[in-house]
Design a binder for this molecule. Sequence first.
Ligand code: RIB
Ligand code: CA
Length: 309
Amino acid sequence: MTTPILIDCDPGHDDAIALLLALASPEVELLGVTTVSGNQTLEKTTANALRVLEFVGRGDVEVAAGAEQPLVRPRFVAEYVHGESGLDGPSLPPPRGGPVARHAVDFLAERILGSDEPVTLLPVGPLTNVALLLARHPAAAERLGRIVLMGGSIAEGNVTPAAEFNVWADPEAAERVFSSGLDVTMIGLDVTHRALVTPTHAARLRDSGRTGTMVAELLDFYSVFHRETYGFDGSPIHDAVAVAHVLRPGLVETAHRHVAVETGSELCRGRTVVDLWRRTGHEPNAHVGVGIDAEAFVELLLERLATLD
Ligand code: RIB
Ligand code: CA
């Protein structure tokens, strides 16, 4: 059975690769893409989503632009990771098309309510649009099958020692999502940092065709931050792990735990406090990624990208 999905993203190198993986996978039907400010400004993340879709001939997939800034916090873009364009590396032409006129939040509601099957929503950027969906269209939110988000972490942070970027960028939005009562899966740094795409993998991508070459060029740029910051010999394709989890259940091992989001402290702003050992007595509210078959993920990713051209 094909699962209808919607991807809310902030392209962003790993968002772009997540979009390509979804487009290359028969297990899912991409009903649309929404964009949010995060890795770059909304204008740039929206243009990047359009550029990636057009690059593989999928300009038919509609894109709707969403929030220009977080619910409460000032906007902060991760130019130090993704570059001035948000997709530095390959020379992708500017988009020919544009986003639909509807706001992302209304677009998401329309697609969710219009689907015969429950939709899986994959937020892979800050959760501003998703929190707004919960507030503005609660009936649509209730019709969601599940939310599989890339964000948070049990242990380490990346934007601060305490927090992962997507949750840190809009912690109030994240708190709303985790306390929504919906079926939420959290694909965090604990698993994404364990599944790196290495230069050897990139060489295979270059040999796999036009799209593989473009992805290798994305990785040429994206790997610099990870080598300089972590000493990694490769790049974590965070957002693609969330897509892979939908494609192949079991590839990521999860544990049903309570997750709270720190919004009061500046030091620990955006920390996802995962009750891994069930010490609080709080009811679990998320399926948290605790393990990953890294080799299976990378092989699935490379195999699927090779089918695009
Ligand atoms: O922390 C990693 C996440 O932040 C990824 O989604 C990346 O694209 C950025 O949005
Ligand atoms: Ca992202």
